[in-house]
Design a protein around this ligand. Structure first.
Ligand SMILES: Cc1ncc(COP(=O)(O)O)c(C=O)c1O
Length: 350
């Protein structure tokens, strides 16, 4: 165990019988058409990646040689940690902790760059001698979307920048994504099918990078890393229809999230310092114990304190449908000891 906190994830905060706002996988997924395609896969042969590589390459306007399929983003971080030689490794926090775990397990010394609220990335804070920089966009748990230009501007000769884009498809038009930029050297883009398509159990994602980097990562990957059902999911979710579905959902999500954020901002006793751009919201409730108090109201939320840079005052909450969001706001209000009713302000928002 490298650090128990770093290995804590939202699934451990979910509890049976409670409304799960701790895990950031889209509710009601995978869609039936996708489940049907996955279920129809012949499991007897060894998996053949050709169609999935072609589909991912086409979706992102890249060459097949610039794609590496992985067993989720989690495997991508392990491959990067094993393959990349770097003396100065910088991880920008607060962010998903598996990249740091993978790097430390592989023997890297990790320098943390811990951003303070509102979690805006100031390029001047990145050490000039950093050879590997790891960040998330949009970032879990802050929900902050960094401008693509700021990330691109971090590039230096001899430096690799890992951008965890596991949540990129929660943002309309995948704004600020660098996945399609094969012209920008030094970027390693990590993508996942887990969140938007509800495929956490399938383990499927991919890396986009220049050919030499992909070759180095493939060299440390084992044979047949991605199962045949996962490959079919890759092909299916790269289709124009699937991308249009994801885009429609991201627009709907944005509207629902803005209403949710407005309701939350109406509550005394909490702050939302960052501008939320993904499928979750990070809240500073100003005191410890709110997560446990919410259990009594039927809600499970993700604790903040296991993310470097946050403490027990922070909770991360998934954006669900408007009714669930409003019920949560009422429960949170009660836990914060607010006496004013939230329902009237809520009705005004809708
Ligand atoms: C930001 C981020 N990246 C990557 C992952 C892992 O994705 P995958 O299921 O593809 O391994 C998670 C899971 O919580 C995440 O929050």
């Amino acid at each position: 165990v490298i650090d128990a906190d770093l290995e804590h994830h939202g699934d451990r905060d979910a509890r049976s019988g409670l409304v799960d706002l701790a895990v950031n996988v889209r509710a009601g997924t995978p869609p039936k058409w996708l489940r049907d395609r996955i279920a129809a896969v012949d499991l007897a042969p060894y998996p053949d990646q050709a169609d999935a590589l072609a589909a991912v390459a086409q979706r992102h306007g890249r060459r097949r040689e610039e794609v590496l399929l992985t067993a989720g983003a989690a495997e991508a971080f392990v491959l990067i940690a094993r393959a990349v030689q770097a003396t100065r490794v910088v991880v920008v926090h607060p962010q998903f902790t598996e990249p740091e775990v993978a790097l430390r397990v592989a023997g890297h010394d990790v320098t943390r760059l811990v951003l303070a609220a509102p979690f805006v990335l100031d390029p001047a804070l990145v050490p000039e001698d950093a050879e590997l920089v790891v960040l998330g966009n949009p970032t879990n748990p802050t929900s902050v979307l960094h401008p693509a230009g700021v990330i691109g501007g971090l590039r230096r000769p001899g430096r690799l920048i890992v951008v965890d884009e596991a949540f990129a498809d929660t943002v309309p038009e995948e704004a600020e994504s660098l996945a399609d930029h094969s012209d920008l050297h030094g970027l390693i883009i990590v993508r996942s099918l887990t969140k938007t398509w509800g495929l956490a159990g399938l383990r499927v994602g991919y890396i986009l990078a220049e050919v030499a980097v992909i070759d180095a990562l493939r060299a440390v990957q084992h044979a047949w890393p991605v199962s045949a059902p996962a490959l079919v999911a890759c092909v299916a979710t790269c289709s124009a229809e699937a991308c249009a579905q994801a885009q429609a959902w991201s627009i709907e999500l944005g509207k629902t999230r803005e209403r949710f954020v407005a309701e939350l901002r109406g509550l005394p006793g909490l702050t939302l310092p960052a501008r939320s751009r993904s499928s979750f919201v990070l809240i500073d409730v100003g005191r410890a114990g709110i997560r446990e108090a919410l259990h009594a109201h039927g809600f499970a939320v993700r604790r903040g304190e296991t993310f470097p840079g946050l403490d027990e005052h922070w909770i991360r909450v998934a954006v669900r449908d408007s009714d669930t969001n409003t019920s949560f706001v009422k429960a949170l209000s009660a836990c914060l000891g607010n006496t004013t009713s939230v329902s009237s302000s809520t009705e005004e928002q809708q």
